[in-house]
Design a protein around this ligand. Structure first.
Ligand SMILES: Cc1cc2nc3c(=O)[nH]c(=O)nc-3n(C[C@H](O)[C@H](O)[C@H](O)COP(=O)(O)OP(=O)(O)OC[C@H]3O[C@@H](n4cnc5c(N)ncnc54)[C@H](O)[C@@H]3O)c2cc1C
Ligand code: FES
Length: 252
């Protein structure tokens, strides 16, 4: 983990007002693993005070990409960065996905901006694995397909793809995957992750999810990001023990 003064190389506006920021950040790019995140200081002033956490969306040589939506002050400031401007980035943080396990089919399940860590994971997943992706959103404008592979889409309102939520879509298509050795990688809003956990346990499937919560330090000092443990007494810290957890280890 290190603090870097990275340079903004490009800001790309994707479909549906989603932004992609490309930064030159060799220190982090060369050591990052899929599922890890960075804590970004979005402004040189003391406002906003706290850094903002973002999943590493992709890595290309010495460059890192982050994908973000405009939700508040921090992301607005990030979207208005100029090319060449310096950005103070702390990372890589957290644990990342275990993508080198023994499985035949990798099943990606993403809701809304939850697809953000998947391009990097897809880049690193061994080439002998079969890939299936299920991408959901409330409506067509919330579905993000940037950098995804072999995907089916669901929308709650039926405005694009399957009408229903992404877990229902997965359930409908589980037989098509035709493998007895599946590993699910999930990322998205908490209710989606909760439903995905239930689905994985009912179907006896191996499943890791990337969890989210409000964060301050990002590396285990402030104790501000607890998630209740399901396999022991007490809590894990999302920033240090996660953000990726086997669904059996945490209460979602
Ligand atoms: C490990 C991790 C990885 C993340 N990866 C991404 C990513 O790749 N792309 C991305 O766009 N966002 C990601 N987030 C969420 C991102 O950090 C927040 O959206 C961001 O901090 C918002 O900053 P802001 O100043 O724009 O909004 P704020 O003004 O801080 O918040 C605006 C609104 O969003 C809510 N909010 C803020 N953070 C979260 C959160 N983590 N979960 C739920 N609601 C929240 C606030 O309560 C408030 O209502 C990630 C969060 C974590 C913990
Ligand atoms: S954010 Fe400080 S301990 Fe996790």
């Amino acid at each position: 983990m290190q603090i870097t003064n990275s340079k903004v190389a490009q800001i790309i506006e994707l479909e549906n007002s989603i932004n992609l920021i490309k930064v030159h950040c060799p220190e982090i790019a060369l050591s990052a693993a899929p599922g890890q995140f960075c804590n970004i200081k979005v402004s040189e002033s003391t406002f906003p005070l706290l850094r903002r956490p973002f999943s590493i969306c992709d890595v290309d040589g010495e460059f890192i990409y982050f994908m973000f939506n405009l939700v508040g002050e921090g992301t607005k400031l990030l979207a208005h960065k100029k090319i060449g401007e310096e950005l103070d980035i702390l990372g890589p943080l957290g644990n990342g996905f275990n993508y080198n396990d023994d499985y035949e089919a990798a099943v990606f399940v993403g809701g809304g901006l939850g697809v953000a860590p998947f391009p990097f994971l897809l880049q690193r997943i061994p080439s002998d694995k079969k890939i299936f992706s299920f991408i959901g959103g409330r409506s067509a404008k919330d579905v993000i397909t940037y950098g995804q592979k072999n995907y089916l889409i669901s929308t709650d309102d039926g405005s694009k793809g399957f009408k229903g939520n992404v877990i229902e879509l997965l359930n409908e298509n589980l037989k098509l995957i035709a493998s007895s050795n599946i590993k699910i990688f999930g990322c998205g809003p908490t209710p989606m992750l909760r439903a995905l956990k239930d689905f994985a346990i009912q179907n006896n499937l191996n499943c890791e999810v990337s969890t989210e919560c409000a964060m301050a330090c990002g590396f285990g000092i402030c104790q501000g990001c607890p998630i209740q443990a399901a396999d022991k007494e007490g809590y894990y810290l999302v920033c240090k023990d996660g953000p990726v957890f086997d669904v059996k280890k945490v209460v979602i």
